[in-house]
Design a protein around this ligand. Structure first.
Ligand code: ATP
Length: 299
């Protein structure tokens, strides 16, 4: 288990992280979310021991993170720091050896992952000759080669096409099944929503929302009603508690303050024609994120 407890980090006078606390259990996928400059990378750097917190404690299974435990951590950095003059194999050997792996094991695992990622033919190619997406796949493989117990992924999906996003997610879920803890950052809420269980939203280094995705969605009272049919947009807008009505190409989306408004919206829909759908859904994580970040900036 990873425990981040009341951690604050200053760069001179800039407070990058402000009294942040959270825990990531074994076998859990945890999202660290925030806009640019919120403090995500700084938090990751403190977790892997590259930066010292100004205040607070970070423990992995009850122990400080030092060279003895770094072999059990895998890290995909945001800078995509690859040794670009090396071949894929040479780089894997370099990093794998640093993590205490034998050369044969490194090559065996590299072959397995290259095959999984459809990249076997790149094994002896120089990294600088690979496309950006393929470089990212190599960096991800490098981060997981030693089968880490704690996998830290800074913006792992940036720049990936949807097929590779899915592939990354599949592999991350496999690590979760094997009991690894995964902590990742992202700006893309649709990715977070797909597979993250617990999350923290950071604004200017401070946690503005924390909890399980399910609970966060349940507690957020605003809902969306999806309607397919010929229904008066004006009448929907007149219902008290309706915040917005979006008349989209294939559906109408009515945003309501809370589920108290559902019946009143339904009364309007009943007067419509050709209605084939009336569905109430929780707000999306993107809506919750925007609202929480907005509230924090308005303070
Ligand atoms: P992004 O999504 O843009 O990568 P982030 O959430 O990872 O952002 P950080 O990179 O952790 O945010 O930055 C948090 C704050 O700390 C920002 O205000 C940033 O300007 C500041 N900061 C980051 N690194 C340094 C540094 N080396 N020296 C001084 N200030 C820094």
């Amino acid at each position: 288990m990873l425990s981040v407890s009341h951690v604050t980090k200053y760069y001179d006078t800039v407070k990058a992280v402000d009294d942040l606390s959270f825990e990531v259990q074994d076998g859990e996928i945890f999202g660290l979310l925030g806009v640019n400059g919120a403090g995500k990378t700084t938090t990751f750097r403190m977790i892997i021991g590259l930066l010292e917190p100004t205040k607070g404690k970070i423990l992995l299974n009850g122990k400080p993170i030092d060279y003895q435990v770094t072999d059990t951590i895998g890290f995909l950095t945001e800078e995509r720091s690859l040794l670009t003059k090396l071949t894929v194999l040479e780089q894997a050997i370099y990093y794998g050896t640093l993590k205490g792996m034998r050369k044969e094991k490194i090559e065996e695992r590299l072959d397995y992952w290259l095959n999984r990622f459809g990249m076997s033919e790149y094994k002896n190619r120089k990294i600088k000759e690979l496309s950006k997406g393929n470089q990212q796949k190599i960096q991800f493989i490098t981060a997981i080669l030693h089968e880490p117990k704690l996998l830290i992924l800074d913006e792992p999906f940036t720049g990936l096409d949807p097929i590779n996003v899915e592939l990354f997610m599949e592999v991350i879920r496999e690590f979760k099944e094997k009991g690894s803890s995964i902590i990742f950052s992202s700006h893309r809420m649709e990715h977070v929503e797909l597979f993250c269980e617990k999350l923290v939203i950071l604004v200017k280094g401070e946690c503005v929302l924390e909890g399980s995705l399910k609970e966060i969605k349940k507690d957020y009272r605003k809902k969306n009603i999806h309607i397919i049919g010929d229904v008066s947009i004006d009448k929907l807008k007149e219902v008290p508690g309706v915040l917005d009505v979006q008349n989209l190409a294939n559906e109408i989306v009515v945003k309501i303050k809370s589920d108290k408004e559902i019946d009143d919206v339904f009364e309007v829909v009943k007067k419509g024609k050709n209605v084939t759908e009336f569905k109430v859904e929780d707000a999306t994580l993107n809506e919750i994120f925007l609202s929480k970040v907005g509230e924090a900036y308005d303070k």
